[in-house]
Design a protein around this ligand. Sequence first.
Ligand SMILES: Nc1ncnc2c1ncn2[C@@H]1O[C@H](COP(=O)(O)OP(=O)(O)OP(=O)(O)O)[C@@H](O)[C@H]1O
Ligand SMILES: [Mg+2]
Length: 457
Amino acid sequence: MTNSLRVRLLWWLLVPLAIYVFVTGKAAYDNARHTADLVQENTLLASARMIAGEVEWSDSRLLVDVPPAALEVFASPQGDQVFYNVSVDDGRLLAGAPDFPTLPAAGHDEPDYYDADLHGKSIRAVGFVRQMYDNGAIRRVLVSVGKTQASRDAMFRELWRPQFVRQIEMVLLAVALACIGLTFELRPLLKVKEEVMDRDPMQLEPLRVERLHTELRPIVEAINQCIARLGLQVAAQRRFIADAAHQLRTPLTLLETQLQFARQHRDMEPSLSETLAAMQRSNRSMVGLTNKLLLLAQAEAADYTQLAKQKVDLAAIAQDVIEDLAMFAQKREIDLGAELADSAWIIGHEALLSALVYNMAENAIRYTQQGGHVTVAVARDAGRVTLTVTDDGPGIPAEARSRVFEPFYRASADTEGTGLGLAIAKEIVQAHRADIALRAREHPARGLIVAVEFASG
Ligand SMILES: Nc1ncnc2c1ncn2[C@@H]1O[C@H](COP(=O)(O)OP(=O)(O)OP(=O)(O)O)[C@@H](O)[C@H]1O
Ligand SMILES: [Mg+2]
């Protein structure tokens, strides 16, 4: 059997209902036939009795005058045909159709009912005997009345059909109501499904159970427990990365000091001096990587509900970052410009937002060729604050644009970098419930626009 809840429920409903309808329908059918037969037989007998009541002696001869009322009792819209036969036991016909299929006159007074054929029509008939006494002689007069079955069939139909139709209607109504009811009642479950589907992969809040039926709650509660355990797991992992990065910083800082000290030695062989310098460069990039890992862990752990308490001016933050990067831009001969609103207040975390602007601007300066232009802009309009960094460098090909947000993904191998900058930026943006987008520039047709849109605070 199919696995659909709707179909299964319908089977549970339909099979017992069909059996019920069949059993009650059969009983109603038999009952109706019995009633129609009874009514017909009563009328036949009444008519036969009426005719028999009119049989009388006249000059030692039996005579009968069939009263019209005896035949009128059969009047019906179906126009049944009525036949009768009154005959004496010596074979003499007193009235009626001579070819009427009579029964042999039985000795008792009980009426006999029987089916017969007359003129090619099937009829139901009664045979009723009246004893007539005359001077010690007994004559038995057999009155037989028969009629075609049209009115009896009509009555039979009228008795059982409406009831049967009503029951079929009831079954159909029950099926329709079950389908509609189930569709309505399953809606909350579909809502849960949509809620789960629409979720961000890292969104680990529990699903809402208030609107759910008592029967469905345990399922969603079990899912919620699973989400909670997953949340703990993810938090433990993030803590581990943050702790590891933090632990690495101390020996790396120490190493830096030691290398600096070692390089101060005079009379060193030039090759050794070169090795030490290379070691110092490697150590610095290790420090850079460790710091970025720590920042990524911090950004991942940042929670909007905690950020919500602080208001920061994004324009002021951007101004500070531009000042920090001025030297780097100068070194790379990049024209670093700013288009900042007077103030742009948003809800957020100052250090994280500073890292966001830094990563975006640093990328633009680093990947744009010498003599290029980079502009950092903060604009405020209609309840939104937009941060954009525009450059006229090589840009990012469309197919790589979604991948550059992945940790350690790098589109250009010829420059130094860890591949964490945009992954951190994305986490920071998500923690602020904002959106980040990469767009190709149209005028001029080279370069990149990175835009982040915040709700203003
Ligand atoms: N403004 C830009 N113009 C051209 N390419 C860019 C730009 N910004 C980022 N990219 C490309 O996207 C890749 C990912 O950038 P991301 O900032 O995440 O890492 P990274 O700059 O390589 O390393 P990190 O920033 O961690 O030192 C870069 O390797 C670079 O190829
Ligand atoms: Mg970068």
